[in-house]
Unconditional design. Structure first.
Length: 136
């Protein structure tokens, strides 16, 4: 008996295992997408910036965040995530409430990057320790 599906197509290769840093980072940046969108609307509604700058800048930051989510498997995505955090905190110069929102997301981002990197490092070391190939 074969494992091929009834449709005649060959089975798909298994998906790449994503790191915890990549998973948690994409969650934080995904929620931040919503905050950036709503923040751009706030800047537009309060007339803090001209409409083109507020909405265009918000759209550019949304695109940058989506790119960062896609690049999280590399160091470039993590660096881009930090840049996004700085931009959101800097928006507090326009609307002071963004200092609070930016601080919250920066704290979540920092915790996720630090804790997930530690857990990923331990997970990579665990199989080697089980085989006796690495000293604890």
């Amino acid at each position: 008996m074969t494992d091929a599906p009834a449709s005649g197509r060959p089975p798909r290769p298994p998906r790449r295992q994503r790191s915890l840093r990549e998973l948690l980072g994409s969650i934080v940046l995904g929620f931040e997408l919503l905050v950036v969108f709503l923040g751009a609307l706030v800047l537009f509604g309060l007339h803090s910036l001209p409409a083109v700058v507020a909405l265009g800048g918000g759209a550019a930051l949304i695109v940058l965040t989506i790119v960062a989510i896609g690049l999280l498997r590399n160091t470039a995505g993590v660096v881009l995530g930090w840049v996004i955090q700085l931009i959101v905190v800097a928006a507090g110069l326009l609307v002071p409430a963004f200092f609070i929102v930016g601080a919250i997301f920066t704290a979540m981002w920092a915790y996720c990057m630090i804790a997930a990197a530690r857990i990923d490092r331990n997970n990579r070391a665990a199989p080697a320790a089980d085989n006796g190939t690495e000293n604890p």
